[in-house]
Write a protein that binds this ligand. Structure first.
Ligand code: NAD
Length: 500
């Protein structure tokens, strides 16, 4: 069995805690790898390396930083297939989907290559006689990134390229369920010429996370994961004086108005609900069918859902792979009979699904539940699997009230041909990312990503302009170069300075 350790100071470091976590191949159920789970001392070693590196890296020129990032972009691009294969091997998603994840991560590297534009300060001249004021943005220090299993390559790339472009150093703690992709992207950064210690990977579980949240030399924390852990991360990090952005879980609603193109809506609902086995924070997990769209829409979704090909992510015929672990698969499956017992109608039942030749893989078929109501567990919980709920609403008003009452507010979408209704929805809906005839409105790298309500703890969204603000601190410099020959000395004046 392979053992994955840490990446500290630009080199591979074996774990010394004696604790390991299993890393499965979800398509076979085998465990080809174990990952070291760091002790607090190992976290301290990574933070010390990052702190030391920060002292030099923060003064490196923008030209130097961007030349490393451009090289990094080229190396990652050349090896995107290899990275996607690593993602498929440990996460299970199909290869084409893994390639999509890599492409979306690369977008943020490309944004980081253009960091000089983002870090241009502001200058006001002659705000008072002989006085200029400049606003600068400077790095924060050592940033810790804690990432989830479902985008093992992309979410780390949402964070560290921009953080290091801004002059910070970084300690990444990837998900222990599929850690190899993060390790790979960090190794490549060293190959691209990133100085040792600027980017470190420490593998681990809650022990490592809690140490990062408390460590006096960690200045900022970017977290992406489930809502309960996001809440914990934010409060613990704030308690320890750090800035923090903690992105949480989701339950994304897709409204379908009666005037929508129902074939188009059904295609999109299926893609967004079952892609990556529903293990996306931007997956559509609830379709809100408004008025008389419901019957034909449910039929069209069911027709399509029944045709999906489920199999190993390495098989180019597969459209959907297995789930991340056996326990998670079983928990997701339990929502189907659970919803039926609470009164939902099971239109497509994916439980008990098996894939030929893969008896021990963590596969689950896709399920479609109709006539779900907000009091059911399948509606209230983030299932994070291939189970799509349909809630029926009589009117637009009833539908938007449902979305806005949800405790989450990550993404949402409306499908309609009515521009006025779409515009009203954009303005009224309480969520951070809105799609109009787009089911998974993940913003491009130069716009920021983030939710509202229990989907985000903190103020700033991730990557884009918000990312740059999060990874920098503002500084304002007020300058006077008096000319005593012209102005004479101003003499003593104990009053609060007024401009002239
Ligand atoms: P998770 O919250 O279980 O784990 C995320 C990270 O936190 C991992 O690195 C894990 O090791 C660590 N962690 C887990 N338990 C911890 C604890 N008790 N104390 C400290 N650290 C702990 O999430 P996951 O299951 O890996 O990922 C799926 C979740 O992430 C879903 O809820 C999904 O919606 C969410 N997610 C959100 C976004 C977003 O942008 N909002 C993106 C991707 C995933």
């Amino acid at each position: 069995m392979k053992t994955l350790g840490h990446w500290i100071d630009g080199k591979a470091v074996d774990g010394t805690s004696g604790r390991f976590g299993p890393v499965y191949d979800p398509a076979t159920g085998a465990q080809p790898t174990q990952v070291a789970l760091a002790s607090t001392e190992e976290v301290d070693q990574a933070v010390a390396s990052a702190r030391e590196a920060y002292l030099g890296w923060r003064h490196s020129s923008l030209a130097r930083r961007t030349s490393v990032l451009f090289r990094y972009r080229e190396l990652l691009d050349a090896r995107r297939d290899e990275l996607a294969a690593l993602i498929t091997a440990e996460h299970g998603k199909v290869h084409s989907d893994a390639l999509g994840e890599v492409a979306r991560g690369l977008e943020v590297v490309e944004l980081a290559c253009g960091i000089p534009e983002q870090l241009k300060g502001e200058l006001s001249t002659q705000v008072s006689t002989q006085v200029d004021v400049a606003s600068l943005r400077q790095p924060v220090g050592v940033v810790a990134g804690i990432t989830p299993f479902n985008f093992p390559g992309m979410v780390p790339l949402w964070m560290f390229p921009l953080a290091i472009a801004c002059g910070n150093s970084f300690v990444l703690k990837p998900s222990e369920k599929d850690p190899s992709a993060a390790y790979f992207v960090a190794q490549i950064a060293t190959e691209a010429g990133l100085p040792q210690g600027v980017l470190n990977v420490v593998n681990g579980d809650r022990v490592a996370v809690d140490r990062l949240l408390e460590h006096p030399d960690v200045d900022a924390v970017s977290f992406v994961g489930s809502t309960p852990i996001a809440r914990h991360v934010q409060s613990r990090a704030v308690e320890h004086g750090k800035r923090v952005q903690a992105l949480g879980g989701a339950k994304n609603h897709m409204l379908v108005l009666p005037d929508a193109d129902l074939d188009y809506a059904a295609d999109n609902a299926v893609n967004a609900a079952y892609g990556s086995a529903g293990e996306r924070c931007m997956a559509v997990s609830v379709v809100v069918a408004v008025g008389d769209s419901a019957d034909p829409l449910v039929e069209k979704i069911a027709e399509r859902a029944r045709t999906l090909r489920i199999g190993p992510g390495t098989d180019s015929e597969s459209q959907m792979g297995p789930l991340i672990t056996r326990e998670h698969r079983d928990k997701v499956a339990s929502y189907v009979p659970g919803a039926a017992a609470q009164g939902a109608e099971v239109v497509v039942d994916g439980t008990g699904y098996s894939v030929d030749g893969h008896p021990d893989g963590f596969f689950l078929g896709v399920s479609l539940l109709d006539r779900v109501t907000p009091d059911m567990d399948a509606y209230r919980d983030e299932i994070f699997g291939p189970v799509l709920c349909v809630v029926r609403a009589e009117t637009y008003e009833e539908a938007i009230e449902l979305v806005n009452s949800s405790r989450w507010g990550n993404g949402t979408a409306i499908f309609t041909r009515d521009g006025g209704a779409a515009r009203r929805f954009q303005l009224e809906v309480e969520a951070g990312m809105v799609g109009v005839n787009v089911p998974i409105p993940v913003p491009v790298g130069y716009h920021s990503f983030g939710g509202w309500k229990d989907s985000l703890f903190g103020d700033l969204h991730i990557y884009g302009t918000d990312g740059v603000r999060f990874y920098t601190r503002g500084k304002v410099v007020t300058t006077r170069w008096p000319d005593p020959a012209k102005e004479g000395r101003r003499g003593l004046n104990l009053g609060f300075p007024q401009h002239d």
